[in-house]
Design a protein around this ligand. Sequence first.
Ligand code: TXA
Ligand code: MG
Length: 339
Amino acid sequence: METKLFTASDDDIALAGEIIKNGGLVAFPTETVYGLGASAFNPDAARKIYAAKGRPSDNPLIVHICDKAQLSEIAESITPDAQSVIDAFMPGPITIILKKNLLIPDAVTAGLKTVAVRYPSNETACRLIRAAGVPIAAPSANLSGKPSPTDVSHVIEDMTGRIDAIIDGGRCDVGVESTIVDFTDEPPVILRPGGVTYDDLKKVVPTIKIDKNILRSIGADEVPKSPGMKYKHYAPNAEVTVIEGEKENVQRKIKELLSDNEGKIAGVLAMYGADYDNAVILSAGESNKEYAKNLFSALREFDRLGVEKVYAEFCEKDGYGLAVKNRLYKAAAQRVIHV
Ligand code: TXA
Ligand code: MG
């Protein structure tokens, strides 16, 4: 299949909207990561998404809207807490889980009675949804198991030849996927941390909880609330180890690990100005917010450079810390050294 590369011009967005309307697949930028979109009302189109990504068919998609009025087409009802979050944070990097409306096909929700809804703030994403005339079902636009794409080059790498078109929207602002909150449970629970933080949410929904599985791996016999939790995500080819703690301790530990590295090509994802020898150093930025923006592209870059072992400096510093830690721990398959 030939994959067209579109800009965000009006003409290109109109063409991309037509492709979605006609049951095709278009990758598009959002403020979090790139999405791989199809009409949310077309089960055959939704199934093509799973094939293009190599995604397990029990992992549901997020339905993207460009107008709060579309919520009633997708959800059966909206709880008062969900309404408060919609008022406070949409459009933005948040996804809410609600009871699904009958219009949404099982292929989109992987057979669940609930649906994930997100209203992105990215202009290009909203223009595409408007041009398509339907809500757009979209997971992240990476091959299953790869880090989510935060730049158009990542989408080109993973999806060329597999989908109809890619819209170039440059680099994504947030860099990690949206915060997911499940409102079908009482109290509401955060299933995935992201750009709307726990502290932000607590101001609006004081009873909100964080799912216990956010920082651990799920056992083979467990059924998590969000099917995506059980898959190995965000894993680069390199073996990643997180070194977590205060700057001096982290840097001392990494120097020690680098000196005993079995001749492997090593890399460091650095939060601070670092002087490591014999390692490829990529900057994560000093704040956790910058870390979120840089993390996935750095993991891909380490792979591109043939790095075999990555040591990631980490210290929780701000509200984005939990989102970064959740992705880092998964990328490291829970190999974390606290110093
Ligand atoms: O920022 C984002 O959320 C990006 C952009 C493209 O919007 N999308 C994204 O989609 O990250 P994806 O498919 O990579 O992650 C969706 C997550 C999966 O972990 C899935 O299990 C969960 O949402 N999910 C979807 N529907 C659900 C539902 N009804 N109940 C529980 N979890 C659900
Ligand atoms: Mg994904």
